[in-house]
Design a protein around this ligand. Structure first.
Ligand code: BV8
Length: 239
């Protein structure tokens, strides 16, 4: 049975109402990356960075915020796929988890977790975070930070991701502009025979690396792609 690796970016959550980074009205419009998504920015002005992530974490509690058909199609494909399946998301929202995805790596961290800069323990965190909290494990005050991978920091689970990419027979990138590494380089790490598909509204910085481009909203294109893949496999099995 073939193996699948899927990479998602902010575009898959856009139709659920979460702003992307680089589209019009995106998150980077009101903030310089250096100020809110780097360790230096956090050191320089922790309050600004805490608040940047607090605002985004609060949005996750919006009762109208739900996974969309693209998130749900990935969770269903994972459940029905008997080969290896890995979903790697650059997103820090929890919509893939809410959709039911289990074989999931959050490469850039998660909004709903905090990490102690002293003992590095990672804990679930749903409320606002600031320097007034102490770490439940080591007891230090004011050392909790968002469990987010900032620019210049090592993304999470790179070893597991590298192994999955080496064995991929299908690679799909959905809703990512292909501007942030190492995620943008994943498509170049799969085997020669691997079928590479990109779902996006527009061409991206890495479009030329793909065999197939499905242009349109992820909520329409992804369910179609997943259905066609399942039908292909069923056909191969019955032939
Ligand atoms: C690292 C924090 C070392 C979380 C983020 C020069 C060249 C190459 C690389 C570098 C370089 N200088 C520095 C680097 C490294 C740097 C980097 O890549 N910089 C870029 C900007 C040049 N990378 C790093 O620092 C990384 N760490 O390299 O460590 C290392 C590496 C490997 C091994 C060991 C050590 C750390 C990167 C993580 C940074 N953290 N965010 C947060 O705040 O959320 S990155 C940030 O951008 C988000 O995580 C986000 O996920 C990510 C990527 O953005 P996208 O998801 O692609 O979103 P974007 O808005 O850009 O695009 C949305 C897309 O969706 C668009 O294409 C749009 O058309 C599409 N779309 C919209 N709506 C829909 C849609 N598609 C379909 N349907 C729709 N409805």
């Amino acid at each position: 049975m073939p193996n699948i690796v899927v990479l998602t970016g902010a575009g898959i959550s856009a139709e659920s109402g979460i702003r992307t980074f680089r589209d019009g009205g995106g998150l980077w419009e009101n903030h310089r990356i250096e100020d809110v998504a780097t360790p230096e920015g956090f050191h320089r002005n922790p309050r600004l960075v805490y608040e940047f992530y607090n605002q985004r974490r609060r949005q996750l509690k919006d009762p109208n915020l739900k996974p969309n058909a693209a998130h749900l199609a990935l969770a269903e494909l994972e459940a029905r796929w008997t080969g290896e399946f890995l979903l790697v998301t650059q997103n820090v929202d929890d919509l893939h988890q809410r959709a039911g995805s289990k074989k999931l790596i959050s490469l850039h961290g998660e909004l709903r977790k905090a990490r102690c800069t002293g003992c590095h323990q990672v804990v679930e965190w749903d409320g606002d975070l600031d320097e007034s909290h102490d770490c439940a494990q080591c007891g230090y005050l004011g050392q909790l930070r968002p469990h987010i991978v900032w620019f210049g920091e090592m993304p999470l689970s790179m070893g597991r991701i590298g192994m999955a990419l080496e064995n991929a027979d299908y690679f799909l990138a959905v809703g990512t502009s292909g501007q942030v590494y190492p995620a943008a380089g994943f498509v170049a790490s799969v085997p020669e025979h691997c079928k590479k598909t990109e779902i996006n509204l527009n061409p991206t910085d890495i479009s030329n690396a793909f065999d197939e481009h499905l242009t349109g909203p992820a909520s329409e294109q992804l369910p179609r792609w997943a259905k066609a893949l399942l039908e292909t496999i069923t056909k191969i099995k019955t032939d």
